[in-house]
Design a protein around this ligand. Structure first.
Ligand SMILES: C[C@@H](N)C(=O)N[C@H](C)C(=O)O
Ligand SMILES: [Zn+2]
Length: 189
C-alpha cells in the first residue's frame, strides 16, 4: 500500500461531518492559504474511529465540525516556521533519516475538531481554533465552567472510541488505536 492508499476523503465515507478546513483559507494563524483543496482526507482506519465518535455525538444532539486532519509535510514545515514550539505545532520530520512514525496530522491520524448544536452553531469551548494560549489546555483553571464541561465531554467521547486528547489543545486528538502509517506530502487538488 502506498501513502496515498491509506488516505480517504472523509465525506466519501460519511456525509454527516461539517468540513471547515481552515488551512485551505487564509483564516488561520499563518494568515495564508496553505492547502490547495478544502476536501478533508484522513487515514482510513482513523476515519472508522471518528465515525464511531460522530454517532455518539449525534445521539447526544451534536454534529462534528472538522478543522483539520491530513496535513502534508510541507504544510507542517510552514506552520513550524511561524510557531517553532513542538507543543503547539509538531516539529516537522527530517525525511532523509529513518523515522519511527507516530500518529500525526502528516499521516492523517490526528484530527482537529469541535462540536455544533443541531442549528449548526459551534458550542462554547475554551478558545477558538489554534488559539495558542494557556486557555486552550484543559488543565487551565481560568476556563469558564460551560466551556470546560463541553471540552471534557468532547474529550471523553473521543477517548472512549480510541483517540487520545492533547494537553495543549482541546480540539486536537490522536488516533492511539491503529498502527501509524508513514508521513507524506500529498497536495490534494
Ligand atoms: C497547529 C495545530 N492545529 C496542531 O495541530 N498542533 C499539533 C501539535 C500538530 O502540529 O500536530
Ligand atoms: Zn491538530
Amino acid at each position: 500500500m502506498n501513502d496515498r492508499d491509506s488516505l480517504v476523503r472523509l465525506l466519501d465515507l460519511d456525509d454527516e461531518f461539517v468540513i471547515d478546513l481552515k488551512y485551505a483559507t487564509s483564516d488561520n494563524f499563518t494568515q495564508k492559504k496553505i492547502y490547495n483543496s478544502s476536501e478533508c482526507y484522513i487515514n482510513k482506519d482513523t476515519a472508522k474511529l471518528l465515525i464511531k465518535a460522530k454517532e455518539i455525538f449525534k445521539r447526544d444532539g451534536y454534529r462534528v465540525k472538522v478543522w483539520d486532519v491530513y496535513r502534508p509535510i510541507s504544510a507542517q514545515r510552514l506552520m513550524y516556521e511561524i510557531i517553532p514550539d513542538n507543543n503547539l505545532v509538531a516539529t516537522p520530520p527530517d525525511m532523509s533519516k529513518p523515522i519511527d512514525f507516530e500518529y500525526s496530522h502528516m499521516n492523517g491520524m490526528s484530527v482537529d475538531i469541535t462540536l455544533l448544536d443541531l442549528d449548526g452553531n459551534e458550542i462554547e469551548m475554551p478558545t477558538e481554533f489554534d488559539d495558542f494560549t494557556e486557555m486552550a489546555g484543559l488543565k487551565c483553571d481560568k476556563i469558564p465552567p460551560i466551556a470546560k464541561k463541553n471540552a471534557e465531554y468532547l474529550r471523553d467521547i473521543m477517548e472512549s472510541v480510541g483517540f487520545e486528547g492533547y494537553d495543549y489543545e482541546w480540539w486536537h486528538f490522536n488516533d492511539i488505536t491503529n498502527d501509524p502509517t508513514p508521513y507524506s506530502d500529498i497536495q490534494f487538488e
